[in-house]
Design a protein around this ligand. Structure first.
Ligand SMILES: [Zn+2]
Length: 340
């Protein structure tokens, strides 16, 4: 007959090594089973003992039972906890749970800015006019007063399919096409669209970009009409505190021609690092339509005159959102795009 405390130690050691619920059940039966359990067997010879010995053995057996039961319960709790932890890791999907919300995208910042420009100018009576991205040499250059051999053609160098067909370098060909189509002024159009130039990608330019140009053809239009229209557009997009200015420049398709500037949004025109201490930022070019360009569009310059302007949509978005690298618009980096 073994002694209760030795048997208890043996049972606790076995419980401590158990890895599964089944092992614990086996240990429970072995030690605490009603018939043939090793703890019960300790009482087998109790009848032969004296009353004091009986009492002391009975007490020792009860203590052994309680100790083994407590150890079994503690080990069961431990095994259950680790089983749940494993489950949480390997079967993390709870199909009764509502799914995560769908990640919805939004309109690209360049499309947002293009639509804002369209909305502002449509409110002034302008119509959106679209044209082909593959153009003929005549529409891209000749019709815009950039005759063969004209040195300014270099600034609009593009990608050629052959000597007559190329990717348009600006949306100006759409102005010619619109004049030919509409025939009878007044004409008030804007021409948003993709353009191509033979430029290496860098912080301020890309070989592909978007432009929006405006063309107004009517009777007796002035530089003041043009400047007022552009002031209204700039203030609608950037805020009423912006000022604009025109500076004399040269383009073959306008006469007179101007560079168009807007006050820096960061310093308000005082001069800061962002505007290189000029207080002004260049937006694009503009001017009164050259009579020859009107003629090429089928309009009689003796009766009608017009103004036109051309801005880069990326440039306008950069000014609106203070973006310093044009390539960010095309890199599809959500960390950038989600800001707008
Ligand atoms: Zn500034």
């Amino acid at each position: 007959m073994s002694d209760p405390s030795a048997l208890t130690s043996e049972a606790l050691a076995a419980i401590g090594k158990a890895q599964t619920e089944q092992e614990l059940e086996r240990i429970e039966v072995e030690y605490l089973g009603r018939k043939g359990g090793r703890v019960s067997k300790l009482l087998e010879g109790i009848g032969k003992l004296g009353p004091e010995q009986k009492a002391s053995l009975g007490k020792a057996v009860n203590e052994a039972k309680r100790a083994i039961e407590a150890a079994l319960a503690a080990m069961r709790a431990e095994l259950e906890a680790s089983r749940l932890a494993d489950l949480a890791e390997t079967e993390a999907i709870d199909i009764t749970f509502p799914g995560p919300p769908l990640g919805r995208g939004h309109i690209h910042v360049l499309t947002q800015v293009r639509r804002q420009i369209e909305t502002v100018l449509e409110s002034l009576g302008y119509q959106v006019e679209l044209g082909p991205e593959v153009e003929t040499e005549w529409y891209n250059f000749e019709a815009l007063n950039l005759t063969v051999g004209h040195p300014a053609r270099e600034n609009w160098d593009s990608f050629y399919f052959n000597s007559q067909l190329l990717l348009r370098a600006h949306t100006s060909p759409v102005q010619i096409r619109a004049m030919q189509r509409i025939k009878e002024p007044p004409i008030y159009i804007i021409t948003p669209g993709r353009c191509y130039r033979r430029d290496a990608p860098e912080a301020t330019r890309l070989p592909y970009f978007s432009q929006v140009e405006g063309l107004a053809v009517d009777k007796g239009l002035t530089v003041g009409d043009m400047k007022g229209t552009l002031l209204y557009m700039i203030q609608s997009l950037y805020g009423r505190d912006r000022k604009v200015r025109v500076r004399p420049s040269y383009f073959p398709f306008t006469e007179p021609s101007f560079e168009f500037d807007v006050t820096c949004g960061i310093c308000g025109g005082m001069g800061c690092k962002s505007c290189r201490h000029k207080g002004w930022l260049e937006v694009g070019g503009c001017g009164m339509v050259h009579p020859q360009v009107l003629r090429n569009g089928g309009i009689d310059p003796a009766q009608w005159n017009g103004y036109a302007w051309g801005f880069g949509i990326e440039r306008m978005a950069m000014l609106k959102h203070d973006v310093d690298d044009i390539r960010l618009f095309y890199e599809s980096d959500l960390r950038f795009l989600e800001q707008f």
